[in-house]
Write a protein that binds this ligand. Structure first.
Ligand code: ADP
Ligand code: MG
Length: 323
């Protein structure tokens, strides 16, 4: 018998993937940020993400609308990482019978606001009763126009780059838990911004793309595995937001550790053709007022991620190993 914690989240997914059949209509199956399915002459990128009370959010602490916002942002980010355009969502919701209706409405207000901000609408779902703990599962479909980005397209020599400033969400969580006044970081955690327009802009320019939901190192590791090459991250190249530097300075935290391993930033990590990388980063910043920073490179070698040439201790978050 194998306990789930022995093989971890990705071991579990690998075992379950072996049980799935293939279909010519499934263009991209298990393993990328979204499944891509053919519907007539069109393609849809489809993803789902589940949030559980007291694991992913706390009803008494977070503002209710932000719980819904975050549920939508997590799936929007996966659609963004394919370079697809969000279309519609279905939401399954399980709640204990004494949960307040008005609180659930607030959560759904935030959810609808986030979907609307990025061009998607709530089109259905399922509602059921459970014993304890609110559970939200959001399925999101997006339109793929002609092509989509995968985790698996990186080539030896490519530069690895990341949008924005990773690590802010993880610092925001720490600030929130410790009652520290750090509004920008807390907002990065409770109201993350999925990089939808950025993903569409990057699509024709990148060899591979993933969203950073579990930490830069772990998600760069997914590019390495899917593309079957070595990704080496330069720890000091990951950009540190000024507010993250201030927070870490004041509270004795390590900004680089947070930027490398902190999850739930929903930035995008991409593999760029090396000769164009500098120009793409400059154009990106001009277009979005947000940095796109080269933080590493791809090379022939074992399909794994390294940080400054060394294997990292623990790359990021695994639900089954964390609990
Ligand atoms: P992300 O962090 O981008 O949301 P995940 O790590 O959750 O991606 O999932 C990785 C891949 O595994 C995705 O292609 C996802 O659809 C697939 N996957 C996860 N759980 C299951 C499951 N229970 N059954 C089938 N596929 C799954
Ligand atoms: Mg993802």
């Amino acid at each position: 018998m194998t306990a789930l914690r022995d093989i971890g989240e990705f071991g579990i997914i690998d075992r379950l993937a072996k049980l799935a059949s293939t279909s010519p209509n499934v263009v991209e199956g298990i393993g990328d940020d979204c499944a891509v399915v053919r519907v007539g002459n069109e393609m849809l990128a489809v993803t789902c993400d589940m949030l559980i009370q007291d694991v992913h959010f706390r009803v008494h602490r977070e503002r209710l609308q932000e719980i819904g916002w975050k549920a939508a942002a997590a799936s929007l980010s996966d659609v963004a990482s394919m370079g697809a355009s969000p279309l519609f969502a279905l939401v399954s919701c399980a709640a204990p019978s004494d949960f307040e209706m008005e609180a659930l409405e607030e959560i759904f207000r935030g959810l609808n606001a986030c979907l609307g901000e990025y061009g998607a609408v709530l089109a259905g779902g399922d509602t059921t009763c459970c014993e304890s703990h609110l559970v939200l599962d959001l399925m999101l479909a997006g339109r793929v126009e002609d092509r989509y980005a995968r985790r698996s397209g990186a080539r030896p020599g490519d530069a690895i780059a990341v949008t924005g400033y990773p690590g802010r969400s993880a610092a925001g969580l720490q600030a929130q838990e410790q009652g520290i006044d750090a509004p920008a970081l807390i907002e990065a955690h409770t109201r993350p911004i999925p990089r939808v327009a950025e993903g569409r802009w990057l699509l024709p320019r990148v060899h591979a793309m993933i969203d950073v939901s579990d930490g830069v190192v772990q998600d760069a590791g997914h590019i390495a595995e899917a593309s079957n090459l070595l990704v080496d991250i330069d720890a000091l190249a990951v950009p540190i937001a000024p507010e993250l530097a201030d927070f870490c300075h004041a509270h004795g935290a390590d900004p680089n550790a947070l930027a490398l391993a902190g999850g739930e930033d929903y930035e995008l990590a991409v593999a760029l053709p090396p000769n164009d990388a500098e120009a793409i980063c400059a154009d990106f910043e001009k277009e979005f007022g947000l940095p796109l920073t080269v933080i590493g490179a791809c090379a022939d070698g074992p399909a794994e991620v390294r940080v400054n040439g060394e294997k990292p201790d623990s790359g990021g978050f695994d639900h089954f190993r964390a609990l």
